[in-house]
Design a binder for this molecule. Sequence first.
Ligand SMILES: Cc1cc2nc3c(=O)[nH]c(=O)nc-3n(C[C@H](O)[C@H](O)[C@H](O)COP(=O)(O)O)c2cc1C
Length: 316
Amino acid sequence: MQRILFGIELKMVDISVDLGFLKLKNPVIAASGTFGYGIEFLPLIDLNQLGGFVTKGLYFSPKQGNPPPRLAETPCGLLNSIGLQGIGVEKFLKEVFPQIKGLKTVLIINICGENDEEYASIAEYLDPYKEISAYELNISCPNVKKGGLCPAQNPEDTYKIVKLVKSSCSTPLITKLSPNVTDISEIALSAQEGGSDAVSLVNTFLGMGIDAETRKPRLGNILGGLSGPAIKPMALRMVYQASKAVKIPVIGMGGIMTGRDAAEFIIAGAKAVQVGTANFIDPDSTLRIIDEITDFCKRHKIDQIQDLSGSLDLDS
Ligand SMILES: Cc1cc2nc3c(=O)[nH]c(=O)nc-3n(C[C@H](O)[C@H](O)[C@H](O)COP(=O)(O)O)c2cc1C
């Protein structure tokens, strides 16, 4: 891309991303659960500059979530056990959607369910609202299951739920995968076979914190999900493995704090990235990361950011 200014030819970096089913103005998406419903950030940043944002997970009905404390810091990470507290689809449509539907960015709704049918009914219910660019199917939350495994920890369950939701709506589907598995490639392939348009990974790693002085757990739910820079090398590895396994686009996340972190995920094979925990430290971080990744491309003489995707150099 070139622009002429005062007779000088300026070379611009094209940071737009085409996921096939969805075009993003840049590869940076704010991650679910760390960006509210978007409205909380309206007074803080210009959301129109984002590649997109994902809302907090929505069940059909309002949810109270888990008992406090729900957040605990760790060295380089954050443990959370929010338990998918949410306002439910009706309140979302009535009170939130009118405030965000006109934004000039990609709106992705993170959907949850107690069972496969609840996921499908939310997808069907929201399907007429064409300002919703995609659903992110949250089948990977580590702190809501009651003793059992979440669907993203089993290939058959992943296939079954993706297939059912896909048949219930025309809105594109991004399936969010769990890192709490032995073989991420197998689960990513199941999502692809079920008809998912893309996969996003990773959700949080199951963890816990203990206060040795009091011998109490740091989280009310005892167990929670770990996010932030502490998980980045593991998330990066999984994004690399999933990208090798599937043909559908991979959206990578896990500890991205800078444009260079984002570049690492893209080089590993991601087409776009999500930024989560960084939003708690600096509500401006998504916009800063967009600038930094643009500078990265300029420095490395990359005209189109899409050329960076999967460009890991394995030559010795
Ligand atoms: C407080 C908190 C709440 C979250 N809630 C959701 C959620 O509702 N749905 C979801 O799919 N992921 C949720 N996540 C996971 C993030 O979207 C993201 O996958 C994870 O934090 C890893 O990225 P990060 O290290 O950049 O935060 C949540 C994460 C945090 C820290």
